[in-house]
Design a protein around this ligand. Structure first.
Ligand SMILES: Nc1ncnc2c1ncn2[C@@H]1O[C@H](COP(=O)(O)OP(=O)(O)OP(=O)(O)O)[C@@H](O)[C@H]1O
Length: 318
């Protein structure tokens, strides 16, 4: 069942089309990532969904009811939609527990205490509940901000660059924790990011934006395998080659891009290449191979040597 329906949404600022004719449907319980580089319109779209910006045109429905735009309300926003901004938004002098309890201040005390206990538990913050925000880590602050936002059980949680402050290890950990939180609370979620690795493993759906336009919407896997153009291919992962592929008539059906993982060593293959460079990347090596007039990027678990001639096979992604 669809929770959010956006049709032909437009928003311009002084002639700049920040959001240009965007349509999205989000099913209940799903997680959508909006991916785009700086200035592509991600934050504007999030603010339109949160009813914090006035759309120029288009419709927004939550559970089949129109999301009332700011011009028709005294206070902008929607009670069932919570937006978590890039700054943490915690009260600095209140404990983590008090920060979360504040969201439930209008509820009866017993319910409030029980709910806060549950939120602390599912966010793994029970042990730091009496600390003020500066006494906890960045990841813990971010989790506290997110549980504050879901305290009142919103239907839709919007996260603006939720992982941008964190180093790689903490980012991986927080992604798992946020995913568990969202699933435990059965909340639907839209988050924006400029880094596709934030979306992989977390988002059910992915929207690629550029200059206010929606370039492609689909599952991360579909888009990775079948990007609609070179830009989408590049923003969703590494590409092996950026110009037209004319390696062999046998492969003429291949698209104009290749993923490094499509290229495999095959001694018997008629396609031969020379290793130009080898980079150690931890679990694998990144190898640049000169094939005919092209430089192809591929991955190898075995160390290859610069100057070595190898045969390669190109496989389809789907
Ligand atoms: N309040 C505003 N007034 C004028 N122009 C704006 C305003 N908000 C956004 N814009 C413009 O709209 C376009 C989209 O901006 P937006 O902040 O939505 O992009 P973004 O993808 O979220 O970027 P970032 O990743 O840098 O946050 C940009 O060209 C931006 O300069």
């Amino acid at each position: 069942m669809s929770l959010l329906k956006i049709n032909n949404l437009h928003k311009s600022f002084e002639g700049v089309k920040a959001v240009n004719d965007i349509s999205i449907t989000l099913e209940k319980g799903r997680i959508l990532a909006i991916l785009g580089e700086s200035g592509s319109g991600k934050t504007t779209l999030l603010h339109l969904i949160a009813a914090l910006y006035e759309p120029d045109s288009g419709t927004l429905l939550l559970d089949n009811e129109r999301i009332t735009p700011p011009s028709e309300k005294l206070i902008a926003g929607h009670p069932d939609i919570k937006l978590v901004r890039q700054d943490y938004g915690l009260f600095p002098n209140m404990s983590i527990r008090a920060n979360i309890a504040y969201e439930l201040r209008y509820y009866e005390e017993n319910y409030r205490n029980e709910r806060v206990d549950k939120l602390l538990e599912i966010s793994g913050l029970t042990h730091v509940q009496h600390h003020v925000p500066r006494q906890v880590s960045g990841g813990e602050q971010q989790r506290a901000t997110i549980v504050k936002a879901i305290a009142e059980e919103p239907k839709l949680l919007l996260l603006d660059e939720p992982f941008s402050h964190l180093d790689a290890v903490n980012k991986r950990r927080l992604k798992n924790e946020v995913l568990n939180l969202i699933k435990a609370e059965e909340v639907s979620c839209i988050f924006v990011t400029h880094d596709v690795t934030d979306a992989y493993g977390m988002a059910d759906e992915l929207l690629i934006m550029q200059n206010g336009n929606a370039l492609q919407l689909g599952s991360p896997e579909e888009i990775y395998r079948n990007p609609s153009n070179q830009y989408v291919a590049e923003i969703t992962g590494e590409t092996s080659l950026s110009s037209e592929l004319k390696l062999s008539t046998q492969h003429s059906e291949l698209r104009t891009f290749l993923r490094p993982s499509q290229i495999r060593v095959s001694e018997k293959s008629a396609i031969k290449g020379t290793v130009v460079s080898v980079k150690f990347l931890g679990a694998y090596y990144e190898v640049i191979l000169e094939v005919e007039d092209f430089n192809l990027k591929m991955y190898s678990f075995d160390k290859l040597n610069v100057g070595e001639k190898i045969g390669i096979k190109i496989r389809q992604l789907d």
